[in-house]
Design a protein around this ligand. Sequence first.
Ligand code: NAP
Length: 205
Amino acid sequence: MVASRRPSLESTRKSVIEITATGMEAAVITRLKTTWDATSFDFLINNAGMGATVPFEQVSEELFDEFLNVHYKGVFFLTQKLLPHLNPGGGIVNISSGTTRFANPGYSVYASMKGATEILTKYWAKELGGKGLRCNVVAPGPVETDFNNAAIRSNPQMKERLASLSPLNRVGSAGDIGGVVAFLCTDEAGWINGQRIEVSGGINV
Ligand SMILES: NC(=O)c1ccc[n+]([C@@H]2O[C@H](COP(=O)([O-])OP(=O)(O)OC[C@H]3O[C@@H](n4cnc5c(N)ncnc54)[C@H](OP(=O)(O)O)[C@@H]3O)[C@@H](O)[C@H]2O)c1
């Protein structure tokens, strides 16, 4: 089950809900009721995010706040609001980034917010385990999406350079990431908790 600013819906074996902004609790509850006649759900995927390549010395307070709100504060408080609606046996997957492990110039704001979310995930794993919830991080490497103004897709030189950093010599696709997130939402992943799983083709290994 997916709720996002985009209207597309897809099914997974267990109900999965993807939230992309703060203040959506009521909309989520309405969607649960009208579409699935449910009042709770199994998995929350905090996926929303945007990129920008800005050298540290040029980062404005406005940009900092924007990244803070979307990548950290939104994740923190939306999850807090939706927690009562999460079913025991389910969990939370936070989407982070390979850039918390290796430094990519121009990504200081982005990566530090993602790093904060990774730490938060560990605390959730500890504090929410008693509710039967598993909390994990998926950290993608470069993926060819609309991210950062479709920087990878629209810049063949950048794509080639990033591909060369992986032993598999390519960048990631959305499917490379989605399959791992979907797996974390299955019973087979029931013993994975409090982990950061990097899905990056071994970039900068
Ligand atoms: N692509 C990469 O190379 C890469 C690498 C590492 C990590 N990631 C992470 O992967 C996640 C997904 O990114 P993607 O690659 O799929 O990028 P994408 O194609 O640009 O998708 C980003 C998603 O985030 C939503 N979003 C962006 N800004 C938002 C805002 N202010 N409020 C609410 N929703 C917002 C977008 O919603 P709309 O479509 O409605 O705008 C869209 O659904 C992000 O957390 C990103 O940081 C991506």
